[in-house]
Design a protein around this ligand. Structure first.
Ligand code: SF4
Length: 160
């Protein structure tokens, strides 16, 4: 996706990221980034992931029909150390509070993004609040949701 496509994507999807924010992300070391994914992207049948206090644990899973699998692979290959696959906004915000990242890439439905951004800004930060890149779902609804995996992967590996 080129720069104009990214801007158009942001407008169409209400993410409001734009090329400037993506460029800003590239200045943040991967070790200081947090990737938040919603667990509703997983397949409805037979997901072997275990829900833990840190979110869904996908370690060892090789299901190539799962969007989370492909995004997680890209993030791990890029060196992300902080990744949370959350069943809801409350756990996602708790991850943010524990990790204290300099930048967050958040995939979620519009409502969760809106609430999440407000909750993150309401946390106490010693320096500036983290940069938040919002990537809205293409289809929400709590199960069998969808996202543009190629776009997410392009964003998360930006500047790595
Ligand atoms: S990669 Fe997908 S199918 Fe595998 S455990 Fe994670 S969410 Fe479930």
């Amino acid at each position: 996706m080129d720069e104009m496509d990214q801007l158009e994507y942001g407008r169409r999807n209400g993410g409001g990221n734009g090329a400037n924010r993506i460029d800003e992300l590239s200045t943040v070391p991967v070790s200081q980034r947090l990737l938040l994914l919603p667990h509703c992207l997983r397949p409805t049948q037979g997901c072997p992931g275990k829900m833990t206090r840190q979110g869904l644990d996908c370690d060892g899973c090789t299901r190539e029909d799962c969007k989370i699998f492909h995004i997680r692979q890209a993030a791990l290959q890029a060196g992300y150390q902080n990744l949370c696959i959350a069943p809801g906004g409350r756990l996602a915000v708790r991850c943010v509070a524990e990790v204290r990242p300099a930048a967050i890439v958040a995939v979620a439905c519009d409502k969760e993004l809106e609430d999440g951004v407000a909750a993150v800004k309401a946390l106490e930060w010693q320096g500036p609040a983290p940069l938040i890149i919002q990537i809205p779902l293409l289809r929400d609804g709590c199960v069998e949701t969808d996202v543009d995996v190629a776009y997410v992967n392009q964003v998360i590996v930006g500047g790595v």
